[in-house]
Design a protein around this ligand. Structure first.
Ligand code: PRX
Length: 699
């Protein structure tokens, strides 16, 4: 039943003769500044690409974008198979059907497949194919340590050798196609090396951001049952040393208690942070990377896999407590991340590309590792903190490596903006060509600072909207084609059909605002939640039948530009990190002195959103600074430091309806101190609760 679009070649033939009108910008009435001419002031509505920029761009005009977009929507099979066959290596071509999809729960199970039957390998396409094309001696990775002065490089052929050695080692300890490998590493070269080594042998990596606590790591280990865990002994981040191996040790004890024991913990000795003599060790299980991996051969046969075989798992937060294992497969993800990278950053072979994201998040998968590497790019990895030893570090790195494309998150832009322009302007930054933003909406003032001060008003900004689930960019400017509006992610990427629906799921036209959904699949879409296809269907496809529901709110202006307005579910976005309010609540209530907790997001100057927790202690326990600290510590140890609440608000009771449902709407208003906007409180079981909470607001 998932093959209902068997005639996909003709499906859109008459129904969508042209792209939705939302994809056409009419901007002649707007006040514009041209790239490179003058700073973008608050009066300027749009920034136009300059002729010089457009002339050299892959997509040099709106018209060209529209042509390509139209082709991609009218004939997705033709559009994507053209790219897949001309730009990638396939051991065997896919079958007759380029893709099949069912995104409509009313028609049966949700199912998405792209290039099924095609046989390929993503690592081969990242490395061997590029080497064969002449890139053997091109720098693949530059690595810059947390400590200024320490760095390293790997060419494409050196990288391939390292990847093969690890791949051979993994095979020697029994890792086979389809097996999971959990990776808990900081931003060392060994992190992308590990991802690629797994991919080479068809193993499924599950990278856990090395800021997650041992309990979160254990939860992920228990869920995906890896053969091997790969980590390092410690890492320095800014002035601090973080003992990662200790966290892994605790997680392995925890997961063994839950019935999942891991036989091999391969540990990289990160000598700049900690010597091996000082590392806690479990003989028999723990193995030093440096002792074994270099002994293996520097070539390793590729495991050829089906386009729909699993590529990796990445856990992300949802609106219930349990993290979701987002599963991406091979062929579609490969084609999609490479293509989006190329167009959204207008990639050139001579670029030096730096994305500040950690490989522990999706951005580090798609746009530190796979997308750029599939394009044969030179990629910079930075191990440390962006403001260490001072807030000029990023621009020092940009000048040192002559970075041309710089991709980061609004939270970093805002925090550097606070530190003052002089940390930026003391560096040249003249190598920069394109800037990028991801993770949360970028507010227009941060956009202008990024554009004017960092980019010297010369560099377009690609504000890329996407998600762990989407695999790659969904709504993004193409820098040579689109006039940019500060704060808008602009228009859909090729093949993507975003729609804005009202609460009944009716598509809205023209200028509107509502829930952001997507109709019809794109190659990079996730295929399921690991071990829980039902949750996949319920979370993403049941809310608005017939569509993929993103969880985001969005408005479209009269010129057709998209403006993301943030999550509409119980997920908050703190410094671009996705955190489920339910996860923080369940950590808080696990504290023996916490009876009840409700968590909401609140606007935060730098982080975008902060975590605001209302907490009711158990009977007989009174509020204290000590309890506050110990509650925060509980969240840090159960989830990770990045999820620590910014504010604990003591709550003798929480506002509930008569049926016992917590009224978060009211809590959000109290957290934001919008006390005159509390709305109707008469449906509360006890309206007096609200006054109590307001009185306790600043204690
Ligand atoms: O709310 C949107 C926000 O980040 C969410 C996805 O988070 P995650 O899966 O962790 O992936 C982050 C990196 C892709 C989205 O639902 N978001 C991401 N990029 C943007 C954004 N919101 C506005 N503008 C963006 N450019």
């Amino acid at each position: 039943n998932h093959n209902h679009n068997h005639n996909h070649h003709f499906r859109h033939a008459d129904s969508t003769a042209s792209p939705p009108s939302s994809a056409v910008a009419k901007i002649s009435h707007l006040k514009a500044v041209v790239l490179g001419d003058a700073p973008a002031s608050e009066e300027d509505d749009v920034v136009l690409p300059s002729h010089e920029f457009s002339r050299q761009a892959l997509v040099p005009s709106q018209q060209k974008y529209l042509e390509m977009y139209k082709a991609s929507i009218e004939n997705p099979a033709g559009f994507w198979s053209g790219i897949a066959s001309s730009e990638f290596y396939w051991k065997q071509r896919w079958g007759d059907q380029v893709y099949s999809e069912n995104l409509d729960v009313r028609r049966g199970n949700i199912k998405i497949e792209w290039f099924k039957g095609g046989i390929t390998n993503v690592c081969y396409n990242c490395l061997d194919r590029n080497i064969d094309a002449g890139l053997a001696d091109k720098i693949a990775l530059y690595w810059e340590s947390n400590e200024p002065g320490f760095d390293a490089t790997l060419t494409y052929s050196q990288l391939l050798q390292r990847v093969c050695q690890l791949a051979n080692y993994l095979k020697s300890v029994g890792v086979r196609k389809g097996d999971a490998v959990v990776v808990y590493l900081p931003m060392l070269m060994e992190l992308p090396i590990t991802m690629l080594a797994c991919t080479r042998i068809g193993a499924v990596h599950s990278v856990v951001f090395a800021g997650f606590s041992s309990e979160s790591l254990a939860q992920r280990i228990v869920d995906c049952k890896p053969k091997v865990v790969i980590t390092c002994n410690a890492v320095k981040r800014g002035p601090k040393t973080i003992f990662l191996k200790d966290i892994v040790d605790a997680a392995l004890i925890d997961s063994a208690n839950k019935g999942i024991s891991v036989d091999v913990c391969l540990t990289y000795e990160n000598q700049l942070a900690l010597k091996r003599e000082k590392t806690k060790w479990k003989e028999g299980r723990d193995i030093w990377w440096e002792d074994v991996v270099p002994k293996y051969p520097t070539s390793c046969d590729v495991e050829w896999v089906d386009a729909e075989d699993p590529h990796f798992l990445l856990y992300t937060s949802g609106s219930t407590g349990k993290p979701k294992g987002v599963l991406h497969t091979t062929g579609g993800y490969m084609v999609y991340t490479a293509t989006t990278f190329k167009y959204a950053f207008d990639y050139k072979d001579s670029d030096v590309y730096w994305c500040t994201a950690d490989c522990g998040w999706i951005t580090g998968h798609s746009y530190v590792t796979y997308g750029p590497m599939l394009n044969g790019a030179t990629i910079l990895l930075y191990e440390g903190a962006p403001n260490y030893p001072d807030p000029g570090r990023c621009w020092d790195i940009v000048d040192k490596y002559k970075v041309t494309i710089f991709y980061t998150a609004p939270t970093l832009v805002r925090s550097l903006m606070r530190d003052g322009d002089e940390y930026v302007t003391r560096y040249s930054r003249k190598s920069l060509r394109v800037l990028g933003s991801v993770g949360e909406p970028i507010n227009p003032s941060a956009w202008r600072w990024f554009f004017n001060v960092v980019g010297g008003s010369r560099c377009p900004i690609s504000d890329t909207w996407w998600q762990t689930e989407t695999g790659g960019f969904m709504i993004t400017p193409l820098p040579g084609a689109w006039p940019q509006k500060p704060g808008s992610a602009t228009f859909p990427f090729f093949g993507v059909q975003p729609v804005i629906v009202d609460e009944k799921g009716v598509e809205l036209d023209g200028e509107c605002s509502g829930y952001l959904c997507v109709k019809s699949s794109w190659p990079g879409a996730f295929r399921t939640l690991y071990g829980d296809h039902e949750r996949y269907e319920t979370t993403y496809f049941k809310p608005f039948p017939g569509y993929y529901f993103t969880g985001d709110g969005c408005s479209r202006d009269k010129d057709g530009y998209h403006w993301l307005t943030g999550r509409v579910d119980d997920v908050i976005n703190v410094s671009g990190h996705r955190i489920g309010t339910a996860e923080v609540e369940s950590a808080l209530v696990s504290h023996p002195q916490c009876a009840e907790a409700a968590v909401v997001g609140v606007e935060h100057q730098v982080k975008g959103q902060g975590i605001y927790a209302f907490v009711t202690p158990v009977e007989g326990i009174s509020y204290s600074e000590e309890l506050r600290k110990s509650l925060i510590l509980t969240v840090r140890t159960q989830i990770g430091a990045f999820a620590a609440p910014d504010k604990i608000h003591w709550a003798p009771a929480l506002p509930k309806t008569r049926s016992g449902k917590i009224m978060r709407r009211i809590l959000r208003k109290i957290a934001a101190r919008q006390l005159d906007e509390l709305g109707d409180t008469s449906t509360l079981a006890d309206p007096g609760v609200v006054d109590q909470l307001i009185k306790l607001a600043d204690t």
